[in-house]
Design a protein. Structure first.
Length: 214
């Protein structure tokens, strides 16, 4: 499988466990220091979806997709949005905690270009609930990096919460949580309706009274 990649992308095959590089601030290593630039985005996108690498028993090669998606985030690789969205299915299908933890930050680094794709995935009931929740968390990360897109993301969250009667209580709860953290007072009516209909998982944020405190 290593023959499919060329330097400097091939260097990711030997980096191994990323935790050995993380600083005390939990910052990711600087992948540009390896010589990775925008011209390597297609090969990095290929790597993040490489099933042979994801299933590899090799202690180093198995970590390569993670290094690739972090590099794509640092490169703000808008052209890699689609393969990164495909990666989210691994959360539900493979219990991939690293995808769940890292991808919101990756999309946050890529920025506003990811909003529409993330919003579509959030609203697609054919995807697993944790992939959808992680897409929502990624939207919140985009706003964190680009506050001027708050209104657009609040509109997406609010519109999705209007489907509270037809979707999982856990998804409703994370939508409510996201709206509360964005101080979306304009969405209070639908949030209250979702609580009144008993369609919000209270283990995430608490009840309507607690949500109002935020």
């Amino acid at each position: 499988m290593s023959e499919a990649y060329h330097d400097p992308v091939a260097q990711l095959l030997s980096l191994g466990d990323p935790r050995q590089y993380d600083t005390e601030k939990s910052e990711w290593r600087d992948y540009s220091a390896l010589g990775l630039t925008a011209e390597h985005i297609p090969e990095l996108a290929q790597m993040v979806l490489d099933d042979d690498l994801h299933q590899s028993g090799d202690e180093s090669e198995g970590w390569a997709p993670l290094h690739a998606w972090r590099a794509l985030g640092q490169l703000r690789a808008e052209s890699a949005i689609e393969p990164l969205l495909q990666l989210l299915k691994r959360i539900d299908e493979e219990d991939d905690d690293w995808v769940q933890e890292d991808l919101p930050k990756v999309f946050g680094l890529i920025g506003p270009a990811a909003i529409l794709g993330l919003g579509d995935l959030l609203g697609d009931a054919d995807h697993g609930e944790w992939a959808r929740i992680t897409a929502g968390e990624a939207l919140a990360k985009v706003v964190e990096q680009f506050p001027e897109y708050r209104e657009q993301v609040v509109t997406i969250f609010t519109g999705q919460l209007h489907h509270f009667a037809d979707q999982e209580r856990i998804i409703n709860a994370y939508l409510v949580s996201a709206l509360c953290h964005l101080k979306a007072v304009e969405s209070a009516a639908v949030i209250e309706q979702a609580f009144a209909a008993n369609t919000v998982d209270l283990s995430v944020l608490g009840d309507w009274e607690e949500a109002q405190i935020l």
